[in-house]
Design a protein around this ligand. Structure first.
Ligand SMILES: Nc1ncnc2c1ncn2[C@@H]1O[C@H](COP(=O)(O)OP(=O)(O)OP(=O)(O)O)[C@@H](O)[C@H]1O
Length: 313
């Protein structure tokens, strides 16, 4: 279990992380999403005691990281796969990690097998590892202490397609055994496949949190009033009902409500519809871009073509 409460980090006048609270639960994979510079890594670093928070708390298995009696036995951490000593071999790094956790050297060998690093690769210096090999080694180091919790920043970075699938199965298995997984990733498809819960951050603040299913449901409904109909009447009806309405580039309307609700409103105001479909079909990427639209560096083409007519979701 990870419990973060009001975590804040300021660098001078810049609030990198602003009052972030989140929970990652046992038996579940929690995806941590946000645009570049949103504050994911800083939040994760504060969770594991690498960056002191300006204020707020982070608890792992009920305690602050610094108070854990044997941290690698409680939480496996992979924040930067290149942060290992480049002059050591993978086997040396894993053996040291096992010994630090109070475990036998044989645990290092078991981890090498688990992450599919061969004997020859294990005896190579890390400076000669590919990015994917470093990532595998980092995952092995995170798992060496048989922790209950995993905190992983971009663990799929540099892995080939087979490696990504392998990692997905590994993390799903870890959660199925009762473990807690918090992982950040820019690979939205990966997150969509693997995560049970999502936390979305933008400019240091949480913009959405919940189960993946509930957040994707929030994706709303797209309706296209028939050409000769009074689309404005439908917009007024939706807005009066407290629903956010966005006019999209192709003239259709996106309403933040389920299809039957929108269909009923259209019927009530006598507006025939040429199209009514769940907006959720576009999946996590669309949801992510909408939730973080205000905090993105680039304005996505679809969002640029929209005008918001109702209140924000
Ligand atoms: N040591 C530091 N000094 C000053 N600013 C910092 C420091 N560390 C992070 N920041 C700033 O804090 C903000 C959040 O950075 P962070 O690395 O947490 O973002 P991120 O969400 O992990 O981004 P990315 O997806 O690009 O990895 C950024 O604006 C970054 O420049």
């Amino acid at each position: 279990m990870i419990d973060v409460n009001g975590l804040t980090k300021t660098y001078g006048a810049h609030r990198a992380v602003d009052d972030v609270s989140l929970t990652a639960r046992p038996g579940r994979v929690t995806g941590f999403l946000g645009p570049n510079g949103a504050g994911k890594s800083t939040t994760m670093r504060m969770m594991v005691g690498l960056t002191p928070p300006t204020s707020g708390t982070a608890r792992i298995c009920g305690a602050a990281y610094a108070d854990l009696p044997n941290p690698p036995r409680e939480v496996g951490v992979l924040l930067d796969a290149s942060a290992q000593h480049a002059g050591r071999t993978g086997r040396e790094i894993l053996t040291l990690a096992a010994m630090t956790a109070g475990l036998p050297r044989s645990r290092a060998t078991a981890m090498l097998d688990l992450v599919s690093l061969t004997d020859e690769e294990a005896d190579r210096r890390v400076r000669n590892y590919s990015l994917g090999m470093r990532q595998r080694l980092g995952i092995a180091v995170a798992l060496v202490g048989e922790p209950e919790v995993l905190v992983l920043d971009e663990p799929a970075n540099g892995l080939d397609p087979a490696g990504i699938r392998w990692m997905r199965d590994l993390l799903r298995g870890f959660a199925a055994d009762g473990g807690t997984v918090l992982l950040s990733s820019h690979l939205l498809h990966e997150i969509e496949v693997i995560a049970d819960d999502l936390v979305v951050i933008g400019r240091g603040r949480i913009v959405a949190e919940g189960t993946k299913a509930s957040l994707l449901e929030r994706a709303g409904t797209v309706v296209a009033p028939a050409e000769t109909s009074d689309a404005a009447a439908l917009v007024r009806a939706c807005t009066a009902a407290g629903l956010a309405v966005t006019r999209q580039g192709d003239g259709s309307l996106r309403v933040e409500a389920d299809g039957p609700v929108v269909g009923r409103l259209a019927h009530q105001v006598g507006v025939p519809l040429a199209q009514l479909q769940p907006a959720g079909g576009t999946g996590l990427e669309e949801m992510f871009l909408q939730l973080t639209a205000d905090t993105q560096r680039e304005t996505p083409a679809t969002t640029a073509a929209t005008t918001t007519e109702g209140r924000a979701a």
